[in-house]
Design a protein around this ligand. Structure first.
Ligand code: BGC
Length: 260
């Protein structure tokens, strides 16, 4: 029970990695705000699992908030509603993310904006709203961003996605310095290929899937729970001396290079 008494807000937690994080933090004793954009059924499923996860040891509460994290007014309202409901937020997990597959020369302004708004702008201003809450209440806090191996690794045909994740890497390093005097830590978790809805197309294409598996030294895709356990550590006081860094959770994918 590393998070008893804490409140965690997890963006994009109606499915995939975000859902696993919400459940895992509840297992650690945290009350959880579940954010969704367009999937209320998924958010309800997460809520049921959160309550169930906490229920085994002691009461854990969940609360769902609809917000498009690509919109600044929405992320600010999301933080306000979370504070209004639970009285505070201690942990912000910026998990919501989207990607669009297109050749660089075909990327539209609308697709570029959609990706950058959710993956970077929403994180920027959501974190700002969270930091203002912590400053007003003179509390320490933890920010955990779900980035990607593609904050380092090129991903052809996903140029906007890579730009957003590279930006997230630098934002984290910058804020680590600026927020440290406030007792706020910030870190990235960089998943590799994880079995989630963002990957549905790939998972259903045996040829592409096998090519990907050949590049993963641990020879399997990751599970959302593999990412959630790293987040649980970063959300807990066990990581109090850790800030401004990225934790790669990818089965060895990123640094795998072999000469044939
Ligand atoms: C992307 C996935 C991709 C994985 C490994 C993730 O960041 O969202 O689409 O399969 O990286 O390349």
């Amino acid at each position: 029970m590393r998070l008893a008494g804490k409140v965690a807000l997890v963006t994009g937690s109606s499915q995939g990695i975000g859902q696993a994080i919400a459940i895992r933090l509840a297992e650690e004793g945290a009350n959880v705000v579940i954010n969704y954009r367009s999937n209320p059924e998924g958010a309800q499923e997460t809520l049921d699992k959160v309550v169930n996860a906490g229920g085994q040891c002691h009461m854990v509460e969940g609360f769902t908030v609809q917000a498009d994290t690509g919109m600044v007014a929405d992320v600010q309202r999301m933080v306000d509603q979370s504070v209004a409901h639970f009285g505070k937020v201690d942990i912000l997990v910026n998990n919501a993310g989207i990607e669009k597959n297109a050749d660089f020369w075909d990327v539209t302004e609308a697709d570029y904006d959609a990706v950058l708004n959710v993956n970077l702008k929403g994180v920027f201003f959501g974190t700002q709203a969270f930091v203002k809450h912590l400053m007003a209440t003179k509390q320490p806090g933890k920010v955990i961003n779900i980035s990607s191996v593609h904050e380092e690794l090129p991903f052809p045909h996903f140029a906007a996605y890579c730009a957003s994740k590279g930006g997230l890497k630098m934002l984290t390093r910058n804020l680590a310095i600026e927020l440290a005097p406030l007792g706020i830590t910030i870190n990235n978790v960089a998943p590799g290929a994880i079995e989630t809805p963002i990957n549905t197309k790939l998972l259903n294409d045996p040829e592409k899937l096998n090519a990907l598996l050949a590049n993963i030294p641990l020879k399997r895709l990751g599970k959302p729970a593999d990412v959630a356990s790293m987040v649980a550590f970063l959300a807990s006081s066990e990581s109090d001396y850790v800030t401004g860094t990225t934790f790669i959770v990818d089965g060895g994918l990123l640094w795998n290079y072999q000469e044939q």
